[in-house]
Design a protein around this ligand. Structure first.
Ligand SMILES: Cc1cc2nc3c(=O)[nH]c(=O)nc-3n(C[C@H](O)[C@H](O)[C@H](O)COP(=O)(O)O)c2cc1C
Length: 357
């Protein structure tokens, strides 16, 4: 397989080297369909739902487009149950709940099932056969990868360093998404507790483009056509943009999230694990302040911590406070724009052409 934008576009059946990032909780079938209909690759994140929920999302997408799209699943390792840590974390955040006349849950649940053990999700994907399935937080077993490959599905996997990328390629993944430290949302690191070299998008993209025989899609801090053109020059076969799509009409981002994105907080994104239990880049808010005063070992595993994070956000929003939301965004957040997803793709394509000539 040749690693160039035209080769990847041909493989995927798309016209533009642009991928709208899967964003669980933010991307919608309407967004993904609009992006795919505009010639790029639309994506939906189904990591926060079960097989039947994911099937409904795929059906909603298929009702709106006949073009290829990407379905993204989470491959995190099973959370460790650490009752002492969980109890202490609940107690710590109970002060915040009290501010909103609320009490925290007494026990926390592992709210998302990892694709690595979700047989129903695998069966659903083999049945629905989306053009692309992408993995975040690692990889499922070789057996599961083979089943998806045998079904003719193209596989993407997120990598934050060369060894993760090589593991993806060894297992048969066709395309590596190079996620730089600038990126919004959860870091795709396979082991959230391992040392993180925090490679930026440019260094990581060059490293992977020079060392892998498969196409590389660059993700992190890319907000406009100039950024896309630049990263293609550096060896990426496409660019994956998440933050750029948060304020699109079809996004599920709530008013508080949108207001923060266009305010001062956009200039101060923070990598925090306090909200979900895994490092994720978020607009600076009341939750990221808590994270900055907390050591990693005080926070329960992903997604157990997220159960409490979501409960606190719900308690706060019921009193009109949006500052405890998972307001994921990358370092390019101040460059976000309000548009329909189709218009944004058209603007990106136009800017890219102008930047390349
Ligand atoms: C709101 C939001 C939600 C995200 N959710 C997911 C997800 O469900 N799955 C995934 O693989 N990546 C997710 N990401 C990360 C993106 O795939 C991508 O790495 C990132 O958006 C690129 O950086 P940028 O936000 O600076 O464009 C998310 C990013 C954002 C901003």
């Amino acid at each position: 397989m040749h690693s160039s934008p035209p080769a990847l576009m041909k493989l995927l059946g798309i016209e533009l080297p642009i991928v709208q990032a899967p964003m669980a909780g933010v991307s919608t079938p309407e967004m993904a369909a609009a992006v795919s209909n505009a010639g790029a690759l639309g994506s939906i994140g189904v990591g926060a739902t079960d097989a039947e929920g994911a099937r409904a999302v795929i059906k909603a997408l298929r009702a709106r487009t006949t073009r290829p799209f990407n379905v993204n699943v989470f491959c995190h390792r099973q959370a460790r149950s650490r009752p002492v840590v969980e109890k202490a974390w609940i107690e710590r955040l109970s002060l915040e709940f009290a501010r909103f006349d609320s009490t925290p849950p007494s026990v926390l649940q592992e709210i998302y099932r990892s694709f690595v053990e979700d047989d129903a999700m695998l069966a659903m994907l083999l049945d629905e056969k989306p053009r692309v399935v992408s993995f975040h937080f690692g990889l499922p077993s070789q057996e599961r990868v083979k089943a998806l490959l045998d079904a003719g599905i193209i596989l993407f996997g997120s990598a934050t360093n060369l060894s993760e990328a090589q593991a993806l390629v060894r297992t048969g993944v066709h395309v590596v998404v190079a996620q730089g430290y600038e990126a919004g949302g959860h870091r795709g690191t396979f082991d959230a507790d391992a040392h993180d070299d925090r490679l930026g998008t440019i260094a990581l993209t060059r490293l992977l483009a020079r060392n892998l025989d498969v196409p590389v899609i660059a993700a992190g801090g890319i907000m406009d056509g100039a950024g896309i053109a630049a990263i293609l020059k550096l060896g990426a076969s496409a660019a994956q943009l998440g933050t750029a799509f948060i304020a699109c009409d079809e996004s599920r981002a709530d008013d508080g999230y949108r207001a923060a994105l266009f305010g001062e907080a956009a200039h101060h994104t923070v990598m925090t694990r306090a909200i979900s239990g895994r490092p994720a880049r978020c607009l600076a808010n009341r939750f990221t302040v808590i994270g900055e005063r907390t050591s990693d070992d005080e926070i329960p595993d992903y997604p157990i911590a997220y159960d409490l994070g979501k409960a606190l956000h719900a308690a706060a929003t019921s009193k009109g406070e949006f500052g405890f939301g998972a307001q994921w965004a990358g370092q390019g957040a101040p460059l976000a724009r309000r548009a329909s997803s189709a218009d944004l793709v058209a603007q990106l394509a136009d800017e890219m052409t102008r930047a390349s000539t």
